[in-house]
Ligand binder design. Structure first.
Ligand code: F6R
Length: 607
């Protein structure tokens, strides 16, 4: 889970563009960075542990010469964050430099084989075997492309790589297998990168490489071939419609706050789905003997919300399942009658794609819901929907959660209609409420911020938070917990409120803050019972409830009031917003960077 960037320019030196590209890829990892350029036939590498700004300043990376180069921002998998483990890695003669995103599973045996042949290794990484394998192949008179092709055939695992060599100073070779890679073409240069935002300032013309493909980049030309047999691949350029401003922070201090405040827009976009795709997905879901909703992290929480929505609106039982558990739980029982709806913002999450591959091998129907056009999930799904949230850069998912829920709700409504499970009036009411969601979120953003800030201040030094909700609000509670713990590092628990008396209540002690999700709905009397149970044990109650809900307000120590009239089933969307803000504000008070939580990366493309 790292970011890679490569480019060849017609004019000027590449180092500043590489640094700019790496900044845009920092969300993929940020424990070390490195850049390699070729100038006057010589390979130069500067790299170290640390954030891009500090390393590039200390090593004067922007002053590196050369119009061809590659750069890497790392999230450690093999070998601690350290200068010697930072990419690029080289061969023994330091002619070849390689950057890599992914995991080489058989690197230990390859490394031993290469050591036996006299290669010297410096790092603890899996990546370092790649330049040495290429070096071996070059010794048998292959050019850089042929040597890389032969080396890739020896690798087991996942990779997106870019390779340069002082022996062929006008070429970048890049390739992918299970890690994303996109090419960009402009008048002034040619690019490869892990993700579109890195190259978007320079071009809107891109080509998504697919698994098992290798590309040779030279100024003014590119060639794509299949790694398996070297056969050529013809693929047209795609035009990216969104501009870089949409992926930048604008006036916000952090991407996370920008993305939280963008939700009225992203939700409106999420309501503009292409009907024919919703219809297609709906038909596949309707035919399934069993339906599973697959996702990791926040996407799993959308699936949990989705399971309530599908059951209540369309009378369809849809089991939410965590991607990394899917094969163990359902791997042996799914088959041709199973329908798997995989939910993934990036469309590249390793655990989700692995589960999807398994499901496809067992002839299940795979459907996708993702935010990323051209992602692996879109290519392996029988039908897919793009949630249209726009790029999400902050590591913590915010706007993409609410968009996923609004898309799942629309699919459920279509399904309810198809199956005749709701009356016309009920359908109309839900449709009307759905259209109101962006405005409700807008008003929540305007009305709750001050209160949230005060709550964050009050609980700044709290050591544990408990989140409870009933029914669909248990998904909101889980998402609120994940936001708070991942960016403030404060341990948090979340449970369906009815479960609290089966164990979690034992952690309740004097002044423990407990966040209750209390939209009006069928579980109201039970949630009041749970509040009283927890309050009786000394906890401080922070409730998120409907405006003027006096019964809940009286029981609470702190209250965040939400607009009236939000149906319980749609409540996760507006009710999660103050929880996103709470996590953000608390992170700021703790002087943490909410966009770059420690140990996390935006897209988890490794096992
Ligand atoms: C949490 C978060 C992660 C992702 C998870 C799945 O804020 O962002 O938990 O939700 O890694 O990612 P996608 O949706 O890209 O599959």
């Amino acid at each position: 889970m790292c970011g890679i960037f490569g480019c060849i320019l017609r004019e000027g030196s590449v180092a500043p563009q590489i640094l700019d590209g790496l900044k845009r890829l920092e969300y993929r990892g940020y424990d070390s960075i490195g850049v390699a350029t070729i100038h006057s036939g010589t390979l130069e590498i500067r790299k170290d542990k640390g954030r891009i700004d500090e390393v590039s300043k200390a090593l004067k990376i922007s002053e590196m010469k050369g119009s061809l180069g590659i750069g890497h921002t790392r999230w450690a998998t093999h070998g601690a964050p350290h200068m010697i483990n930072a990419h690029p890695h080289t061969d023994s003669k330091r002619n070849i430099a390689v950057i890599h995103n992914g995991v080489i599973e058989n690197f230990m045996e390859l490394k031993q084989e290469l050591i036996d042949k006299g290669h010297d290794f410096i790092s603890k990484t899996d990546t370092e075997v790649i330049p040495h394998l290429i070096e071996e192949e070059i010794q048998s008179k292959k050019n850089l492309k042929e040597a890389t092709l032969a080396a890739l055939k020896r690798l087991v695992g996942s990779y997106a790589i870019a390779v340069i060599s002082s022996l062929e100073p006008d070429t970048i070779i890049c390739a992918r297998h299970e890690s994303p890679l996109v090419l960009g073409i402009s008048e002034n240069g040619i690019y490869c990168a892990s993700d579109v935002p890195a190259i978007r300032p320079y071009t809107n013309k891109v080509i998504y490489l697919r698994n098992g493909e290798l590309s040779t980049l030279k100024l003014g030309s590119y060639e794509i071939i299949r790694i398996s047999d070297g056969s050529p691949v013809e693929r047209a350029l795609e035009e990216i419609k969104w501009n870089i401003e949409e992926a930048e922070k604008q006036d916000y201090d952090h991407y996370m706050s920008k993305e939280i405040y963008e939700q009225p827009i992203s939700l409106r976009n999420g309501l503009r789905l292409q009907e024919q795709y919703v219809d297609l997905i709906t038909q596949f879901l309707d035919r399934g003997k069993e339906v599973l909703l697959l996702g990791a992290g926040t996407s799993n929480h959308s699936c949990i919300a989705g399971s309530y929505i599908f059951s209540k609106l369309a009378r369809l039982t849809a089991f939410p399942v965590i991607s990394s558990e899917f094969i163990e739980v359902y791997g042996s029982s799914i088959g041709i009658d199973s329908v798997i709806l995989a939910v993934s913002q990036s469309g590249e999450t390793y655990d989700t794609l692995k589960a999807v591959d398994h499901a496809r091998l067992r002839a299940a129907t795979v459907l996708g819901l993702t935010n990323t056009v051209g992602s692996t999930l879109t290519r392996v799904s029988r039908a897919y929907i793009i949630q249209q949230s726009g790029p999400e850069i902050g590591v913590a998912a915010t706007k993409t959660f609410t968009s996923q829920v609004i898309v799942l709700t629309q699919i459920a409504l279509k399904l309810a209609k198809l199956r005749g499970k709701l009356s016309q009036d009920e359908l109309d009411d839900y449709e009307k409420s759905l259209q109101q969601i962006p405005d409700w979120v807008d008003s929540v953003l305007g009305s709750t911020n001050k209160k949230v800030k005060a709550i964050a201040k009050k609980y700044l030094n709290t050591k544990l938070f408990l989140f409870l909700g009933r029914g669909i609000s248990s998904s909101t509670a889980m998402e609120g917990r994940l936001k708070l713990l991942e960016i403030t590092y404060v341990p948090c628990l979340a449970y369906p409120a009815g479960e609290s008396k089966h164990g979690p209540i034992s952690v309740v002690e004097d002044k423990l803050p407990c966040v209750f999700l209390c939209p009006r709905g069928s579980t109201r009397s039970e949630i009041i019972g749970s509040i009283m149970e927890i309050k009786a044990r000394g906890a401080l109650i922070i409730s998120i409830c409907e405006e003027g809900d006096s019964e809940i307000i009286q029981l609470s120590d702190d209250v965040i009031e939400m607009p009236k009239g939000i149906p319980d089933l749609l409540s996760p969307i507006p009710y999660v917003v103050p929880l996103q803000l709470l996590a953000y504000e608390l992170a700021l008070l703790k002087k943490l960077d909410p966009d770059k939580p420690r140990n996390l990366a935006k897209s988890v493309t490794v096992p």
